[in-house]
Design a protein around this ligand. Sequence first.
Ligand SMILES: *[C@@H]1O[C@H](CO)[C@@H](O)[C@H](O)[C@H]1NC(C)=O
Ligand SMILES: *[C@@H]1O[C@H](CO)[C@@H](O)[C@H](O)[C@H]1NC(C)=O
Ligand SMILES: *[C@@H]1O[C@H](CO)[C@@H](O)[C@H](O)[C@H]1NC(C)=O
Length: 369
Amino acid sequence: MKLTLAIVVIFATVFSGLIDSYDCKIVQFIFGDSLSDNGNNNRLSKSFAQAALPWYGIDYGNGMPNGRFTNGRTVADIIGDKTGIPRPVAFLDPSLSEDVILSNGVNFASGGGGILNETGGLFIQRFSMYKQIDLFKGVQTMIRAQIGNQEADKFFQKANYVVALGSNDFINNYLMPIYADSWTYNDDTYIDYLMETLGAQLTILHGMGARQLMVFGLGPMGCIPLQRVLSTSGECQEKTNTLALKFNKATSKLMNDLSAKLPNASYKFGDAYDVVNNVISDPGKYGFDNADSPCCSFGKIRPALTCVPASRLCKDRSKYLFWDEYHPSDRANEMIADELIKKLGFAFFNSSSSDPSPPPTSAPAPSDD
Ligand SMILES: *[C@@H]1O[C@H](CO)[C@@H](O)[C@H](O)[C@H]1NC(C)=O
Ligand SMILES: *[C@@H]1O[C@H](CO)[C@@H](O)[C@H](O)[C@H]1NC(C)=O
Ligand SMILES: *[C@@H]1O[C@H](CO)[C@@H](O)[C@H](O)[C@H]1NC(C)=O
């Protein structure tokens, strides 16, 4: 009798503890490429896309490389910080456990990864979007075993989902003649192919519980230093910029279509193309000194592909738009994050204010149809 009571008390305590922690916590799951990678590729031993050497991370924490492909924070870091959501842990981080997932979410982003499986093949190892979804399936299995299906359904439906990839599908696929896609498609049919694939991927995520999801668009990727060195004059590649604009327009439409089609889905699109383009046209006006070359560069040898220990750094890292040949600096990422917060109306991240779907006080029986 006494024992039964004790068990009931323990059970009630544990159970209410579960309700408290899982009911209130909103975490994020990030799917992306090197713009969001926070350590996955550094643990893929055969990957050629790694941010494992100085001077990556020089303005982050202790200044040692941490897997981020920039000097400081990624756009996703900054958005999370500004809206009160914890930074998700890299999927391959050894600290990953059920408790960490429940309190912080997971970041599956991988440098070189794209929407298409074949994108970034030159890097040998990277997680493409379908692979990232497979990894998320494994995470769901772990969480279901830990807290049960009902609580897990709630947890995954309340989470925020960020999908930020696409630039490698151009830079490290369509625009490189060594990839078959570059001669199989033209601009329009290639973008159709990307949208069909992305639509299928986001529908799978919806089936796994994703309700609040946002896709980040592409910036003026024809103006990254790596693209500029393709021409002797160092101009932006307008063809590449046009592809980014077409991709953004198509993705925005896809999000509207999916939100209308998938039950309870709020799938949003946001890009920072214009604000980055403004800086490129008139850096001084926005407090930058340089918007066309990398802060970290290997003397006059361009493109140096990655920042290496023997590279020279620019004098003031906060005045450069680009950190290396591909990636924006911390300061640029902050500007991009601010724009995305504005465009996407991130207020709901901030649990003190408006949650778009506050849990009802008297919960109706959950139903799946
Ligand atoms: C919530 O968001 C508002 C404005 O977006 C911000 O001023 C406030 O500090 C945020 N609160 C928390 C707890 O993050
Ligand atoms: C892409 O790769 C995944 C494994 O990560 C595989 O299951 C899927 O069939 C592949 N899709 C295509 C279209 O090749
Ligand atoms: C949509 O939301 C309603 C109200 O919260 C819920 O009853 C229903 O089960 C949801 N449907 C799906 C497919 O998530």
